[in-house]
Design a protein around this ligand. Structure first.
Ligand code: ADP
Ligand code: MG
Length: 883
């Protein structure tokens, strides 16, 4: 109780001191969740070539790349094909790399993580003899990653370690906290049980692991939480033939009948982490102690391998370092008695079995089977890595077959949960290993692509920082005070109080010499009064100091409250900001979604518009072609129209001319008729006037009838005796005699008779032409027709050509001869009808003549320069007998 009273004051003093002194480690910013991932860190270590080996197949190109060369023998086997392959890693360590360098790059970050409550897995992979064990364990003077890790851990947490048995494994992969008394009792119990004392003072260092690390090479983590208490527990297991053996289990050793080691099972704890059930976890307090435990396990492993004739290269060794930490209580004196505040992190150091496919030594029977199993577990590891990679790269959710082997099952925590995973690929550059090394490289490449969730920072406990320091300060102050009580105060800065204490007068000798001694008592009284006075002063001083302290404390409390208020206010603001961010994120999400939708819509519209555009184009095309066609048709129509118009006007003109010509012909005919009638009238008049004296008849027709044979009337142009009354201008006869136009229409039939008119020097025409008429003065038309008896009769219609006044040609018909072929049967009748004997009546003869005259009074008149069609009209009047 007294102590507490003093401690309270010291605590406050500490607080004041601390305010201007060291600031506590700032907790790292809290992450919302472990969505961040890191790839498995794959490192490559190339060991030096052995003395017996000659050919080197690996070359370190850079500090991240190595190159493999196929050995000569292999090259020859493959038709001299020169094969070089390069592989890249996070880092490559060449043959000159020291264990320290390797540790610094590969394991140090994992140890730091361990101290900051994060899990880690580190394993070595490679063929037997490639340097896995050398890398992981090392040798005296060349400590590997394992001893160096332990060393760094203890260097870092050394002063903050909890007392032994304060943390106690709960056999369910968890840790319990015990109070100091229980821990002390446990310690005493163990000390009494164990035959061999386990205290560090009595420990004898095994020469096998002596000098693993020189003190100069020591590493230390920064920023270790001083307000926590730490404990380290180690386990060491071996997985052989897919069985788990606890290498730290203490079993009484029976040299006569050695008990086969019992295999352990894997279990899952409440946090879904895998652990070896019932596995020994040894609490170690120093690097040496931890080494000792490790070496104990190592020895046991060696013994078991020898006894059971096993090959150590085929077993996987797993060394687990568990770091337990819990915050100190508010006083900074004890570990907080709260299991929930206990944090356990672990670093798993694994030396895998040789990765070669077959045993280097001869494998027979059960050994071969074992080899198969060992290979099986590495195969499972490869499969797991492959599936993990595939799942992560392709977003698939294939089941990872962790359970297929103990090693992978134990690793499940790391790959599925969170933590840092690192692998050191060990390679021996010798030619014999080349093919196996290729496989190792492939596995390493694949492993680098697997990602593991980054471990999150643990939340820190709610106590104020600097508790341990304050507690220590308090203890120091206490001891100082206790010391002060004994002797004179030796402080360099004496307070008022100490000054007063110093000036406290010592009591004078109070022995009264006699009854009359009146010196002693008054002196005593004086001294006592002086003392009383000083005491009062001291009380005053004390009260003053106490009041001052009180006011200071109050002030501090006020400050503290203000700070707390400020913090809560800031928290509130932070919350608001968080909310705002959340809202903005939501808004962003919404907008993104909207924009995506709009993009989609735009896409669709674009497509639709494209389709329409296409339609439009095709329609336009069609329209164009149709317009063209229309245009063409229109122009065709127009052309046709103009042609038709031409034809119509042509025809019209032709017919107009034709009509005119016909009218002219008719007029001429009528004139001729008129003229003939006039002539007849004149003749008649003459006859009437002359007939009184001589009653004569014209002779010509009879004479002609006499001359001409009855059957034929071929007479070349009998000049009519009766000249035209109104003679037209007659053409002068040329020296060669008369010139005839012999008109024979093409429709005529060639009768093949000898009685053909002989017209020398005649112009033969099929239709009368002005040209021909202008050259001749006689015209004959050969006309055929069917007579009443059915025979063809040919008529020769003759006429004379006159020039008309208009410059054209006119024919005046003067004679008709009829030619007829007769059947002998009808000859008499015909002859009779055609014969005109002298006995015939004059009236009749006259009639015939008149008739001929009448019939021949048809004229053809053509105008000079006329280019019209045939200007002649043939009037074939049937021969009629006058009544
Ligand atoms: P593994 O465990 O892979 O079978 P070891 O670690 O036992 O191989 O190594 C085999 C031999 O090679 C050991 O004698 C070891 O000392 C030696 N060795 C391995 N790596 C190296 C290295 N980096 N430097 C020197 N010697 C090495
Ligand atoms: Mg080994």
């Amino acid at each position: 109780m007294r102590r507490r009273g003093v401690s309270g004051v010291v605590k406050h003093l500490n607080m004041i001191r601390q305010a201007k002194g060291k600031t506590p480690r700032r907790p790292p910013p809290k992450k919302p969740s472990n969505t961040q991932k890191d790839p498995v860190g794959v490192y490559c270590r190339v060991r030096p070539l052995g003395a017996e080996d000659e050919e080197c197949c690996i070359e370190v190109i850079s500090n991240t790349t190595i190159q493999l060369h196929a050995p000569d023998g292999l090259k020859a086997n493959r038709n001299g094909e020169f094969k070089e392959t390069q592989y890249s890693f996070k880092k490559v360590f060449g043959i000159k790399t020291t264990q320290r360098e390797l540790f610094e790059d590969v394991a140090k970050p994992l140890v730091e993580d361990l101290i900051y409550c994060k899990n880690g897995l580190l394993f070595t992979y490679g063929v037997t003899g490639s340097g896995k064990t050398h890398t992981m364990t090392g040798s005296p003077g060349q400590g590997g990653l394992l001893p160096r890790s332990l060393d760094m851990i203890f260097n870092s947490i050394g002063p903050y370690q909890a007392k032994r048995y304060v943390f106690k494994p709960d056999d369910k992969n968890g840790m319990e906290v015990q109070n100091q008394v229980d821990a002390l009792l446990d310690r005493q119990k163990r000390d009494s049980q164990t035959t061999v004392p386990k205290t560090p003072t009595t420990r004898r260092i095994d020469p096998e692991f002596a000098d693993m690390i020189s003190p100069a090479e020591a590493f230390k983590a920064d920023g270790v939480d001083e307000d926590s208490s730490y404990s380290v527990f180690v386990s060491y297991i071996e997985i052989y033939n897919n069985y788990i053996y606890d290498l730290l289990e203490e079993t009484p050793f029976d040299p006569i009948k050695p008990k086969p080691p019992q295999s352990k099972l894997l279990r899952e704890d409440q946090n879904h982490n895998m652990y070896v059930a019932g596995c020994t976890e040894v609490e170690v307090k120093s690097t040496e102690e931890a080494f000792e435990v490790f070496w104990r396990g190592q020895k046991k492993r060696r013994i078991a391998n020898t006894q059971l004739n096993r090959e150590s290269s085929r077993s996987h060794s797993v060394f687990i370092i568990k770091l337990t930490q819990a915050p100190l209580d508010a006083d900074g004196d004890n570990v907080l008695q709260d299991k929930n505040q206990v944090n356990v992190s672990q670093l798993c150091l694994v030396d895998l079995a040789g990765s070669e496919r077959t045993s280097r030594t001869r494998a027979e029977g059960s050994r071969l089977r074992e080899a198969g199993n060992i290979n099986q577990s590495l195969m499972t590891l490869r499969t797991c890595i492959e599936v993990l990679r595939e799942n992560q790269m392709c977003g698939t959710n294939k089941m990872v077959p962790y359970r297929d082997s103990k090693v992978t099952h134990l690793f499940k925590n790391y790959f599925d949960g969170e933590g840092k995973v690192r692998m050191v690929v060990c390679v021996n550059p010798k030619a014999d290993d080349y093919e196996e090394t290729l496989l190792v490289m492939r596995f390493a490449e694949m492993t680098q692509e697997v990602e593991v969730a980054r471990p999150v920072d643990r939340p820190i406990c709610g106590f104020a920082a600097g508790r341990r320091q304050r507690n220590q300060a308090f203890k120091e102050e206490l001891t100082r005070r206790l010391e002060d009580r004994g002797g004179p105060v030796t402080g360099e800065s004496p307070t008022v109080l100490s000054q007063l204490l110093q000036s406290f007068p010592s009591l004078p000798a109070s022995e009264i010499a006699g009854p009359n001694d009146d010196v002693t008592l008054p002196r005593l009284i004086e001294a006592l009064e002086k003392r009383h006075k000083i005491r009062q002063m001291m009380v005053e001083e004390y009260n003053k100091t106490a009041n001052m302290l009180k006011s200071m404390l109050q002030e501090q409390d006020g400050n503290f409250v203000a700070k707390e208020n400020f913090i809560s206010e800031q928290r509130g603001r932070l919350g608001e900001k968080d909310k705002m961010i959340q809202n903005q994120n939501n808004e962003i999400d919404r907008l993104e979604k909207k924009s995506k939708m709009l993009e989609y819509k735009i896409d669709i519209l674009q497509k639709t518009s494209n389709i329409h555009e296409e339609d439009k184009r095709s329609l336009q095309h069609e329209l164009d072609s149709r317009e063209q066609r229309l245009q063409r048709e229109l122009s065709d129509k127009r052309r046709m129209e103009s042609r038709m118009q031409g034809i119509v006007s042509d025809t019209k003109l032709k017919w107009e001319k034709e009509c005119e010509r016909r009218v002219n012909a008719k007029q001429l005919e009528m004139q001729n008729k008129l003229w003939v009638k006039d002539e007849k009238l004149k003749q008649l008049k003459a006859i009437v006037t002359e007939g009184k004296s001589e009653n004569r008849q014209p002779q010509r027709p009879s004479r002609e009838k006499d001359k001409v044979p009855p059957k034929r009337s071929v007479s070349p142009s009998p000049v009519p005796t009766v000249p035209p009354v109104r003679p037209l201008h007659r053409r002068s006869h040329s020296a060669g005699g008369e010139r005839w136009v012999d008109h024979k229409p093409t429709t005529n039939v060639d009768l093949d008779t000898v009685m053909q008119p002989n017209l020398p020097n005649a112009i033969k025409v099929t239709a009368p032409s002005e040209k021909a008429l202008s050259k001749c003065d006689k015209y004959v038309l050969t006309h055929q027709e069917v007579a009443s008896d059915g025979e063809i009769q040919t008529k020769l219609i003759k006429g004379e050509v006159f020039k008309t006044r208009g410059g054209g040609q006119s024919v005046q018909f003067t004679d008709i001869e009829t030619l007829k072929q007769e059947n002998p049967a009808s000859a008499s009748r015909k002859r009779r009808s055609s014969e005109s004997g002298p006995s015939h009546e004059g009236e009749r003869k006259d009639g015939d003549w008149t008739d001929v005259e009448t019939r021949c009074s048809v004229a053809v008149e053509m105008r000079a320069g006329s280019n019209l069609g045939p200007g002649y009209q043939h009037h074939g009047y049937p021969k009629r007998r006058k009544p």
